[in-house]
Design a protein around this ligand. Sequence first.
Ligand code: TPP
Ligand code: MG
Length: 296
Amino acid sequence: MKKLYKKILKNRVHQLILNEMMKKKSFNPVHLALGHEGFAEIINSILNLKDEFILTHRNIAFNLARENNIKKIISELKYLPNGVSRGEMGSMNMINKNKNINYSSSILGNNFPVGLGASIANSKLSKENNVTIVVTGDGAIEEGSFYETLILANSLDVPLSIAIINDNFAMASKISERRKPINLEKIARSMNLKYLYIGHGELLKKIQSIKSIFSYTKKNNKLSIIEINLETFNGHCGPSPGWPDDPKKIFIDNGLIIKNNSNDIIFLLKKKLGTKEFNKLEKINLNYAKRILKLY
Ligand SMILES: Cc1ncc(C[n+]2csc(CCOP(=O)(O)OP(=O)(O)O)c2C)c(N)n1
Ligand SMILES: [Mg+2]
């Protein structure tokens, strides 16, 4: 467990490093995922390297979970040949074929059918049965392709899992400003699909349930849905027209915790690890960040 906690802390410090670099305009704005670290690291720790990830514009927490080498991620953001994707994909479409992240799309909803195709390749067209995970958001499930993919994936019996990160946020809007609620549990029940709900601050208590749903999907070739409610601490995509301060109000010098409540997984980890152990690990991470930031 401690190994996982350390990885979550590392994911946070890596994103804080990118945030500081963004303030200096070291690369184009990145859709940071501050607040998503725990979910990304837990999923990465459960799935193996042969399982395939199909991501969105906000892919950074998963890319950092799969590729621990921040220098390769920074190179990708700078479009350099030693980046995770030879500097050809940049931020919103960042993939990493060596880590089986084979598709990330800036076009909302367009990764659902791609993920379904990948899951066919990973099961029916393969001797093995590997899980494909499509990650998406509360905004992207408003696209028709989400529902089409549910229907077809359910009919085809494939080891596909769709993870919906519900941060009640899309560009600048809350769900209530855009649409009526969508009850994913009821949709899943109506289609006889397994569905797992993770509420705010519940993630660390649901690790076993996440393991179980993936193992069900893999064993039975059945589509499953995971919905997590969490808070994204940054705004849409870094300093850019419309969001000039995003996320300039977050400073690495303030430490790894962004919010002093249970919405922040790092705050929860401090409670789990105890203040003394947490402070020690935080110091190690912040010194590491200083060394990395000096290089650029
Ligand atoms: C087809 C399409 N429509 C609109 C957009 C513009 N757009 C980019 S991100 C975004 C909101 C996405 O919200 P969500 O899926 O909840 O992801 P989040 O940014 O919260 O992680 C929108 C509308 C787009 N990229 N693609
Ligand atoms: Mg969202």
